[in-house]
Design a protein around this ligand. Structure first.
Ligand SMILES: [Zn+2]
Length: 101
């Protein structure tokens, strides 16, 4: 992926936004290598996963509560990890998360 010259397209996350996610992950201690291959290089995807919460087994409800997640991809093996934006204090328009320990 390109560096500074990348421009936001069609709502994709800009490089600046992805850099912010990366910095926040480091602040929260997400520094270990890939759990599958031990790789140490990752990219942050240009969009989010937003998992719909389900409250009954066997019933799929869309359009309700979700958990928006940043997507981190290992560049060696393709393993994908996800990080809840709320925990990283990256949810727009929300109060920062409670104190952690
Ligand atoms: Zn990997």
């Amino acid at each position: 992926m390109s560096e500074d010259t990348e421009r936001p397209q069609q709502g994709k996350l800009s490089q600046q936004e992805r850099d912010r996610i990366g910095a926040r992950l480091l602040e929260h201690g997400a520094r270990l290598p890939c759990p599958r291959c031990g790789g140490t290089h990752f990219v942050i995807a240009e969009g989010y996963f937003s998992h719909p919460l389900q409250f009954k087994v066997g019933q799929l409800v869309l359009g309700g509560q979700t958990i928006p997640c940043a997507i981190v991809v290992c560049t060696k093996c393709g393993f994908i990890s996800q990080h809840a934006l709320g925990i990283l204090d990256l949810m727009p328009g929300e109060e920062p998360a409670r104190e952690r320990k």
